[in-house]
Design a protein. Structure first.
Length: 151
């Protein structure tokens, strides 16, 4: 499965780099995993903008696009196949001053929480959500990005 995090932020370059590194890690982690034929690509849009830009960056409903698609952006052909897009919005004031570990924890928790909306996408039928969520949570815990929740 292809995995990625797109950023729409006013964070510092260093903070953006931390989130980008996380995205690269997760892309690599999910590369050879398969959770069913209905979802091949999963993208999270991380929105953390200053209050004055909030009106331009509203959190959108999760989107699922079945089938193969080809689109063109700035003359570059982009192919996609069975993909979902999920927005994660974190208040800028909550993260703007955070150090690396705290910021990554906040982002990971948000991705984990927002992943739940995959269960509400009606066209997404052949997808093993439990395995996906379990793998994602275990990865975050193993990397010490989040703390294990005591049952």
């Amino acid at each position: 499965m292809t995995f990625g995090i797109a950023q729409y932020t006013n964070l510092t370059q260093e903070q953006n780099n931390w989130v980008n590194d996380l995205s690269v890690e997760l892309k690599s982690f999910f590369e050879n995993r398969n959770y069913g034929k209905d979802l091949n690509e999963l993208y999270f849009g991380l929105i953390t903008v200053k209050p004055e830009f909030d009106q331009f960056f509203k959190k959108k409903r999760p989107r699922y696009r079945p089938g193969e698609r080809v689109s063109e952006v700035d003359g570059i052909e982009i192919k996609s196949n069975n993909y979902a897009e999920i927005d994660c919005k974190i208040e800028f004031s909550q993260v703007s001053e955070l150090k690396k570990e705290e910021l990554i924890e906040k982002v990971c928790e948000e991705i984990l929480t927002e992943s739940d909306c995959l269960t509400r996408l009606s066209k997404l039928k052949k997808f093993d959500f439990q395995s996906y969520k379990s793998d994602l949570e275990k990865y975050f815990i193993d990397k010490n990005y989040i703390k294990e929740k005591i049952q």
